[in-house]
Design a protein. Structure first.
Length: 267
């Protein structure tokens, strides 16, 4: 019967097969009967591959690109970090979290969230979320958003706890002192200053000492002796003692029994 054929044969297909002599049809009451003719059986035996259903080839679908976080979603993430405990409850947040922002942060792997026994929503920042925050503390945030003052206060409280625990002053955080240069680095800088920024220029030690007034003479002498012959630095005396001023003579450095008055740097 036609109703038992899968897929169902349309009237156009049925008429075409009948016209080709491959099937014959007969209406019996409300049903329509179909039967293969000898010609149809012969065709089927000669074309077995035609009876096998073709497998549909899956269509490759491009995965949707992940959207970058919005300014509001960044604020939501940063608002979770200063709260104590791994889980933060929605009711404890000054900024309400919309479901769209919550789902987006979850899809990006920045947070995990769920519901408590009373249906209260909780949030937990993942390692990826902490990593993003560490690298993006200067991220652009909404110019105006509900609860911004409360979020700032939460961060300031955590900063105070950190400073107290480490014994740091606020200036250590907001205006840290630049790292001090080593004495050899300062000697090199003083040499370049005395040589007008050029290498392979003769600079008298009297000039070098003037540019390092805070360095004790013994410490500077020891550093110069250690640097002599290293990394393109050379100490030398003079072939013309008459050119030495009293200051140049006073600034002289004894190196293995020879008085040095000049410093050279070639690189």
């Amino acid at each position: 019967m036609q109703k038992d054929i899968k897929p169902a044969a349309s009237a156009a297909d049925r008429d075409a097969l009948e016209a080709a002599g491959l099937i014959m049809g007969e209406k019996r009451g409300r049903s329509f009967w179909l039967a293969a003719t000898e010609r149809g059986r012969a065709w089927a035996s000669q074309n077995p591959a035609a009876a096998k259903p073709t497998k549909s080839r899956p269509v490759a679908r491009k995965a949707p690109a992940k959207k970058a976080m919005t300014a509001m979603q960044k604020l939501v993430l940063l608002s979770l970090l200063p709260k104590p405990g791994p889980r933060v409850w929605q009711k404890d947040l000054a900024t309400p979290v919309k479901s769209a922002d919550r789902d987006a942060l979850g899809a990006l792997g920045m947070i995990e969230f769920g519901e408590g026994p009373r249906g209260e929503v909780w949030f937990e920042v993942t390692e990826r979320g902490w990593g993003w925050a560490s690298d993006n503390l200067d991220a652009d945030l909404p110019k105006t958003a509900k609860g911004s003052v409360e979020i700032l206060q939460s961060w300031l409280r955590r900063v105070k706890i950190f400073l107290d625990a480490k014994g740091f002053a606020l200036a250590d955080l907001l205006a840290p002192a630049p790292p001090s240069a080593s004495l050899p680095e300062r000697i090199r800088s003083a040499y370049l200053a005395g040589a007008g920024g050029a290498l392979t220029q003769r600079v008298f030690l009297s000039v070098l000492r003037e540019k390092l007034p805070d360095v004790e003479r013994a410490a500077l002498d020891d550093a110069l002796r250690a640097m002599h012959g290293q990394d393109g630095m050379q100490l030398s005396g003079t072939d013309n003692p008459r050119e030495l001023s009293p200051a140049d003579r006073a600034a002289g450095l004894d190196y293995k029994g020879e008085t040095m008055f000049v410093i050279w740097m070639t690189r």
